[in-house]
Design a protein around this ligand. Structure first.
Ligand code: AMP
Ligand code: MG
Length: 495
């Protein structure tokens, strides 16, 4: 394992971008899981798997030969307030793995000890949030949502002080970039245009190669970031995913879901749902996510404007016009994805009618607090005509007249489709998951691990979520909503 070849282009950007620091060793690291599939994707050789010293590397007790670890500097707008001094307070960047096909994979340890940016924090992570991030980020990947990933998780053999003493853990995270909107804000806040440009060049070279040679590449770069983010948030909305802390320091410049803290998938649909304990005002509620995306991108635009044109007025106009494209990109991505979920083929003549049909379904789901995932699960199995499964679908809505009449409208709309019933169902089943990492399931995993050092449930849930779109025998409990006593009302950052 010594030979995982790490390079570090970030290091070359200059000292203003980071603080060099080393992980703080832990007393008894034990490997919980190593993600062999991801290792293969990254182009690591099988010699790198299962080495007996894996726990040493994935805890930071030992460093890969070529590793020059550092903590990145960044700022962030947290719940609307600009905080100039954030940075990797409990994460350490190890470097990048470069695949021969050109993809790069940034590697980071999360929970590996104090850094120059830790402020009053201990630089550690409790085991619970490590397991949550492992499960949810890997589930997101399998659900085809851009995301950072989990390469490994370890227990540290040490305890961290949170509400009480709890076991500590460390996650090895992989991302196509750890640069955040907040990283650009960091340099903008001191008027350091030179560093903003350097940072933009670094990101374009690594993550936006397609626009490297176009005119006004910084504007194109911004357009692409906006486009990726709009699509990403549309996907969250289609799965009932709530990020929970969409501060600008938690928004990736590469368009991946990043920083899984108090995130959760909804069970019962409520468009105002908030889980995060710290989000008292509901700023990051489910239905606010698209507009918060735009708010964050506007903060990014403010940092990039000087790169768009030497003429300030013109630069501002250019930035505005890109920001104006966000809504259209989001709407298009949302409508396309929702049509797939409902088995409808795109047809410009039906745009408005289809939007109304989809929105009226969400309205009934909201009023009846229907289970988000089961709604689309059953819908993807309904026939063109009444079948016995109708009952199960309608039961999610208390057999209301509203859902009865919606079903008729949906079936009426399906008559315009040319696919067979079976083909339509199969298509719908490729986008409507059977299994999502439901909150109460994650909670059960965490309880077993933290209280009894038992990872059986973790491995089982992980394995079910490897194939979220296929019904798996004997795994019904993983598709069901929580019983009343199992409902998780609040989630926590775990900081
Ligand atoms: P988050 O919104 O959870 O991603 O974190 C916000 C900021 O707090 C980041 O700068 C983190 O590095 C920092 N932070 C969170 N938890 C800790 C911790 N336990 N020790 C040090 N810094 C932390
Ligand atoms: Mg963060």
């Amino acid at each position: 394992m010594k030979y995982i070849p790490l390079s570090n282009r970030f290091l070359e950007l200059g000292r203003q971008f980071y603080n060099k620091c080393r992980p703080v060793p832990v007393s008894a690291p034990t490997l919980i899981k190593y993600n062999e599939n991801l290792a293969t994707t990254m182009g690591l050789s099988s010699d790198d798997f299962y080495s007996s010293d894996a726990a040493l590397f994935f805890s930071g007790n030992q460093l890969f030969d070529s590793c020059e670890p550092l903590a990145m500097a960044y700022s962030g707008s947290q719940f609307g307030q600009f905080n100039p001094q954030l940075g990797d307070g409990r994460a350490i960047y190890l470097g990048e793995v470069n695949h021969p096909d050109g993809d790069c994979y940034d590697m980071q340890l999360k929970g590996s000890g104090r850094t120059a940016y830790s402020r009053n924090g201990d630089g550690r992570s409790a085991l619970g949030p490590v397991l949550r991030e492992y499960l949810v980020s890997e589930a997101m990947f399998k659900l085809n949502v851009p995301t950072t990933r989990a390469l490994a998780a370890v227990t540290t053999g040490e305890e961290v002080a949170r509400e009480s003493l709890t076991p500590g853990g460390i996650l090895t995270r992989i991302a196509s970039s750890f640069i955040r909107v907040g990283t650009f804000q960091y340099f903008a806040s001191s008027g350091d245009l030179k560093s903003i440009k350097k940072l933009a060049d670094y990101v374009i070279e690594r993550n936006y190669q397609a626009i490297q040679d176009v005119d006004n590449q910084y504007l194109e770069f911004f357009k692409s970031v906006v486009e990726r983010q709009a699509k990403l948030i549309a996907q969250w909305m289609q799965l009932g995913f709530i990020h929970g802390v969409m501060n600008t320091d938690n928004m990736s410049i590469a368009g991946e879901t990043i920083d899984y803290g108090p995130c959760a998938f909804m069970d019962e649909f409520d468009r105002n749902q908030v889980y995060s304990f710290i989000d008292r005002g509901g700023r990051y509620a489910y239905s606010n996510q698209p507009s918060i995306g735009l708010w964050n991108l506007t903060r990014l635009a403010e940092t990039l404007v000087p790169l768009f044109s030497d003429d300030t007025d013109k630069a501002v106009e250019l930035a505005k016009s890109v920001l104006q494209s966000y809504e259209g990109s989001y709407d298009n991505a949302w409508l396309a994805g929702m049509r797939d979920k409902l088995g409808l083929t795109p047809d410009a003549d039906n745009n408005e009618e289809d939007k109304r049909l989809i929105e009226s379904l969400f309205e009934i789901m909201h009023v009846k607090r229907a289970d988000f995932t089961l709604t689309f699960f059953y819908l993807s199995r309904l026939d063109m005509k009444y079948s016995s499964l109708d009952k199960k679908f309608k039961a999610l809505f208390d057999n209301s007249e509203s859902i009865e009449s919606w079903l008729s409208k949906w079936r009426e709309r399906l008559t315009k489709e040319s696919l067979t019933n079976e083909q339509r169902q199969l298509n719908m089943q490729t986008v409507n998951p059977v299994y999502i990492p439901r909150n109460h399931l994650i909670e059960a995993v965490i309880r077993a691990a933290e209280d009894n050092n038992d990872f059986t449930l973790f491995h089982e849930l992980h394995s079910v979520l490897e194939n979220p779109f296929s019904l798996q025998e004997g795994m019904d409990k993983y598709m069901l909503p929580p019983e009343p006593e199992e409902v998780v009302e609040n989630t926590f950052c775990g900081t």
